[in-house]
Design a protein around this ligand. Structure first.
Ligand code: FPP
Length: 251
């Protein structure tokens, strides 16, 4: 395979994306293709996530946000849901010290407070332990749904208006985004979805408004640093206009 050349930080506009958001898709198909139980795909998916975290650190990515459990994933079998919960539990126990040593700051977005109390305690501990770390910002979307997030923000703003703390005209893109789970994160520059699926699937609906989308054929458990670099190279070939003009046409 020909390794793509990565533009250096110092040469904008072909810069390294600041924030990458990923839908880690294809765990089940990866396992089925090998005649394995689909849960094995999730186990290997967790390993791919560790590789990707390392890759992002190596490449100087500031923010990585991954979709680990959606509000729609409750439709899966009780057994599979249990496996995904245990996987998170297990990795929070076994990997948190290393994550902290690597100066990674962990955040969770989504309605994670509704999970089992021991898991909520582990999550809260991870957030608290790493809150002052200054390296990669790793955000795990867990029991997350974009529509639910937007409704929650609308309700919060409605309460503020009712309490007289905010005028209706003060509801702007800025005040709205302040009520989202991601209020302290920049919008993603690059979105990657694996397993060749071209959907956003209720992920970061507000935040992806101007994000560059890259769809990768690889199933998530096989995702490597080369795939990450390839996606970044694709991103670097795009011209981000944010609704304005292309550079060549700009006046
Ligand atoms: C989508 O693949 C993947 C998920 C629903 C779970 C993602 C979770 C991981 C990668 C593990 C992360 C681990 C931790 C500890 C956060 P799919 O099952 O929908 O695959 P399919 O479309 O091929 O069935």
């Amino acid at each position: 395979m020909i390794k793509p050349a990565l533009a250096s930080y110092a040469s904008p506009p072909l810069s390294i994306p600041r924030h990458i958001a990923i839908i880690m898709d294809g765990n089940g198909r990866w396992a089925q293709k090998r005649g394995l139980d689909r849960f094995k795909g999730h186990y290997q998916g967790a390993e791919a996530l560790k590789r990707t975290i390392q890759g992002c650190q190596d490449l100087g990515i500031e923010y990585l946000t991954v979709y680990a459990f959606s509000t729609e994933n409750w439709k899966r079998s009780k057994e599979e849901i249990g496996i995904l919960m245990s996987l998170l539990r297990r990795h929070l126990r076994s990997d948190l010290a290393e994550i902290n040593q690597n100066n990674i700051r962990v955040r969770f977005i989504g309605h994670y407070h509704h999970l089992d109390t021991d898991l909520v305690a582990l999550i809260d501990h991870a957030i608290k332990l790493t809150q002052n770390n200054t390296g990669l910002h790793l955000t795990i979307a867990f029991n997350y749904g974009g529509r639910a997030e937007i409704i929650r923000a609308a309700q919060k703003l409605a309460h503020k208006v009712r309490e007289g703390k905010l005028a209706p005209d003060e509801i702007t893109e800025q005040t709205f985004s302040q009520e989202l789970f991601t209020h302290d994160l920049p919008d993603p520059d690059l979105f990657i979805r694996t397993s060749n699926e071209s959907r956003i699937s209720n992920y970061l609906l507000w935040q992806l408004a101007y994000t560059e989308l890259v769809i990768v054929e690889t199933y998530w458990p096989d995702f490597t640093k080369d795939d990450l670099v390839n996606a970044i190279v694709q991103y670097q070939s795009r011209e981000r206009r944010f609704g304005g003009y292309a550079t060549a046409q700009s006046r």
